[in-house]
Design a protein around this ligand. Structure first.
Ligand SMILES: Nc1ncnc2c1ncn2[C@@H]1O[C@H](COP(=O)(O)OP(=O)(O)OP(=O)(O)O)[C@@H](O)[C@H]1O
Length: 251
């Protein structure tokens, strides 16, 4: 499926009624969410409620028991992870890199889905230009990078993919606030260029300062959906939701 086949009027991502399990243990119970084109959305919730599992289903790393995943209006539920990447999905999950390869080679490898290798070279340089710190370590093995530098590399890889939809799991984890600020700025820039964004983020403040809209998940279900500005203005409600409170939403 090439990117051009997707429907420009359709949402970048539509997850509809997803249920998923690890062996006999069901983790997701009919979760639904949408990311419109050009939108930045957060998926929030307490630990262990199924946020990362939702991202795994979106990326094709876990097959759902029920429900569908549409990318750009096209049913991608049964697509391989690779086909989803080719359709414009880029995921930043953890800080995985090929440790023995240099920063530059890690970035080049990430352009594998792109046929235009000249474009990949340009994209690698453009991505490195955004991160001078990473650029100064361009020929160093990825295994020698600090945590913050690895997150920069993970986002730089996403840029090389030039994604329609960027999905990020926990980019602020363990990073200094100044680094997180820089990463947020980069995500904003990508979004301004047209990339839609879905982010799972432990820090509610970081997430709400970045996104337009947020969903809150509890026990594998979406229990609230709100504009980020409305949610940010109501710290009591955020606290209740993040502690896992159905009552706060329905009441
Ligand atoms: N590979 C796995 N095998 C079995 N159970 C798993 C696996 N991965 C996650 N789980 C379980 O599924 C549930 C949901 O996990 P998930 O990682 O999706 O939650 P989360 O909301 O992302 O949590 P956190 O915010 O702590 O990262 C948890 O109970 C977790 O222990």
């Amino acid at each position: 499926m090439s990117r051009s086949v997707s429907d420009p009027a359709a949402p970048a991502l539509r997850v509809d009624g997803i249920s998923a399990s690890y062996g006999p243990v069901q983790v997701l119970f009919g979760a639904s969410l949408t990311v419109e084109r050009g939108e930045m959305v957060a998926l929030l919730g307490p630990n262990g409620v199924g946020k990362s599992t939702t991202l795994r289903v979106i990326g094709g790393l876990l097959k759902p028991d029920a429900g569908t995943v549409h990318l750009g209006g096209v049913d991608a539920t049964n697509w391989s992870p690779r086909k989803r990447v080719e359709a414009g999905l880029s995921q930043v999950i953890g800080q995985s890199a090929f440790g023995s390869l240099s920063v530059v080679d890690n970035l080049r490898m990430h352009g594998y889905a792109t046929k235009d290798k000249k474009w990949v070279d340009e994209a690698v340089e453009a991505a490195l230009a955004i991160f001078p710190r990473l650029n100064s370590r361009r020929n160093q093995p990825a295994s020698t990078l600090s945590g913050g530098e690895r997150q920069m590399l993970a986002l730089a890889k996403a840029i090389v993919n030039d994604p329609e939809l960027l999905v990020i799991d926990e980019f602020s984890l363990g990073l200094a606030p100044v680094v997180v600020g820089g990463l947020c700025e980069l995500v904003r820039r990508l979004n301004e260029r047209g990339t839609s964004v879905l982010v799972v983020e432990q820090s509610v403040n970081v997430a709400l300062s970045l996104v337009h809209r947020a969903y809150v998940m509890e026990k594998g279900e979406i229990i609230a959906e709100e504009s980020a500005a409305v949610l940010a203005a109501d710290p009591d409600r955020i606290r209740t939701l993040m502690l896992g409170g159905h009552a706060a939403v329905t009441g």
